[in-house]
Design a protein around this ligand. Structure first.
Ligand code: ZN
Length: 268
C-alpha cells in the first residue's frame, strides 16, 4: 500500500464519481515495487457488509450530532462521545481506550455507541475497522454454529480481534427493567456455561490485548459486579472515565438499598 498517492478527494470537474478515489473502485492498488495490495476500501466494505448482515447500513447510521440530549446525563454522554472520537488516536494505545454507556433503557445508548463506531469506520483519514456486535443476535449466531469448529473460530475470532468492537446491549438476556433476572428459586441469574463459552472469551481476549470496545448495556456497574465481579472490573477498568451511567428514580431506589449515603449525591 506504500507508494500509493492519495488523489485529492473531491473534484467538482470530474464526471467520474468513484466511491474510492485511491483505487477507483477496483479494490487493489499497486505498490511502489510493482506488487499489488488490497486497497483500504476493500476491508471497509467487508466490514460494512458485516454490519448489513445484522440489518444496519453504515451510511444510514444516525450521527452523533443528531443525538438530542434531554438532561445533564445525556448531555454528558454526548460530550464524552465527541471527546472520545477526537482523542481516539491518542488513547487507543492506553489502558483506558474503551467507551461504556450503562443503565436505563431509552437513553439513546445504542445511538451514541453506533454513531462513534460508524464515524471511526467512515473517517477519511485512517478509517478504523469497527466490527458491530449486537449482543443477542451475535450470541445466537455463535451458539447456532458452535458445532462447526472452523466457522465458529472464524466468527468468534472476528469479535475477539476487531480493531474496535461495538457490543450493543451486552447481557440483554440477563436483565429486565433494570434488574438482574431471577431463576425459579428467586436467585439473581449468574453467568452460565453458555456465557462462559461464547461472550467471556471475547471480553477477556480484548481486555488482555488492550483492544478498545464500545459497550452499551442496561446493566449498571453494580449489576455487572453482581453478575461477575472480575469481568465487571475489567470492563470498567478499560473504560476509565469514558463512561456514563444513566440513573433514573428506579436506579436510585435500588441504590439506596445498597449504599445509602452515596445515592443521595446523585439524584437526577
Ligand atoms: Zn479503494
Amino acid at each position: 500500500m506504500d507508494g500509493v498517492k492519495k488523489s485529492s478527494m473531491t473534484s467538482p470537474h470530474t464526471a467520474d464519481k468513484y466511491k474510492c478515489n485511491i483505487c477507483k473502485d477496483v479494490g487493489w492498488v499497486q505498490n511502489g515495487d510493482g506488487t499489488w495490495s488490497r486497497c483500504k476500501c476493500y476491508e471497509k466494505e467487508c466490514i460494512e457488509r458485516l454490519w448489513a448482515n445484522f440489518g444496519v447500513k453504515v451510511a444510514d447510521v444516525k450521527k452523533l450530532n443528531e443525538y438530542k440530549p434531554y438532561d445533564d446525563r445525556t448531555a454528558q454522554a454526548k460530550n464524552k462521545a465527541i471527546q472520545y472520537l477526537r482523542t481516539f488516536d491518542k488513547i487507543i494505545n492506553t489502558n483506558e481506550n474503551s467507551f461504556g454507556l450503562f443503565g436505563q433503557a431509552g437513553s439513546g445508548k445504542t445511538h451514541i455507541i453506533v454513531a462513534i463506531g460508524a464515524a471511526l469506520l467512515r473517517r477519511e483519514k485512517d478509517p478504523v475497522p469497527v466490527v458491530y456486535m449486537p449482543y443477542l443476535e451475535a450470541i445466537r449466531e455463535l451458539k447456532a454454529n458452535s458445532m462447526d469448529d472452523e466457522y465458529y473460530a472464524k466468527l468468534s475470532g472476528r469479535y475477539c480481534t476487531a480493531k474496535v468492537l461495538i457490543i450493543d446491549d451486552l447481557f440483554k438476556d440477563k436483565i429486565k427493567n433494570g434488574k438482574l433476572m431471577q431463576d425459579k428459586y428467586g436467585h439473581n441469574v449468574a453467568l452460565n456455561e453458555a456465557d462462559m463459552k461464547h461472550i467471556y472469551p471475547i471480553l477477556n481476549y480484548r481486555y488482555i490485548n488492550h483492544l478498545p470496545t464500545l459497550i452499551s448495556t442496561e446493566c449498571t456497574p453494580q449489576t455487572l459486579m453482581e453478575l461477575d465481579e472480575a469481568l465487571a472490573g475489567r470492563i470498567l477498568e478499560r473504560c476509565g472515565s469514558n463512561m456514563v451511567v444513566f440513573q433514573g428514580e428506579e436506579y436510585n431506589f435500588r441504590m439506596r438499598k445498597f449504599v445509602e449515603a452515596a445515592a443521595n449525591t446523585e439524584v437526577s
